[in-house]
Design a protein. Sequence first.
Length: 339
Amino acid sequence: MAYIEFRDICKSYDGENQVLKNIHLDVEKGELVTLLGPSGCGKSTLLRSLAGLEQINSGRIILDGKDITDVPVQKRGIGMVFQQYSLFQNMNVEENIAFGLKIAKVDKNQIAQKVQRAIEMVDLVGKEKSYPSQLSGGQQQRVAIARAIVMEPKVLLLDEPLSAIDAKLRRELQEKIKRVQKELKITTIFVTHDQDEAMIMSDKIHLMNGGIIEQSGNPVELYTHPVSKFAAEFIGHYNILDNHQLKTLLPKQDFDNHYYAIRPETISIQNEPIQDQNVYSFEAKVSHYISRGNVLRYTLNCHDVILKSETLFRSFTLFDEGQKVYVGIEPHNILAIRE
């Protein structure tokens, strides 16, 4: 039996707009699970349903063996951090973190100990007396996280908590959240639309699309074996080709499936014909390329079939626009997917 069980969860608004469609999902104790998907796919609604902030139309939610479907929000033992920091502006860091403990009438000495430990875990030592207006966005979000974990919830829910923070601070906070989660062994569900963030953070990812779970698995499984066109387009920026396009590139091969996916980094390009008989090869022209950090992204054209290829940025592997190149793809990197 899983620690959290979603059983046939349905949720609609106004009786028509069905946001969640018979969601069936398990979360194991101590896992950091990510709900990944585009805006409007239902990931935040599912998270809020677990918290009790949304009432589902049908289905059951089980937490640690107990049906909490109709349990009030305050009795579920769940901590939640939102994109907005929602800190009390008239309270300093210590007071913000201690607020919930005081409401719960925890002993003063225990409050002091718990608050100090939470401050240390989120690296805010020295900021105890600072007010929110004196903190950066990243520091305020760390206060919000500390305020949630200090209550020692059964489950920690994070609803796009880093989307309003710049890239550098975002990476630092991703590492801090993951470290704190592992140290506390707290079951955590993280919501994001950012596939890179999901890959970095997660023990397991549930990719959502239109109110259903499109695919579930660990980050490597989702990245290397997408099951559908949507999954391949959303994770990894795959080249998506139908069998006619693939036949255009490789006329001597048979392709019976309707759609195929090929990761850009598995497509090699070189100046000379490819001699390896175990690699599919064909000629193409470089339409253009862009540099992104240490990666060069090439757009290739072969009989009007467009492919994206990615290689590490090395000066001796540069290809010019309009240049003829030889493309190589290993057969196992052409993945059959469903529409």
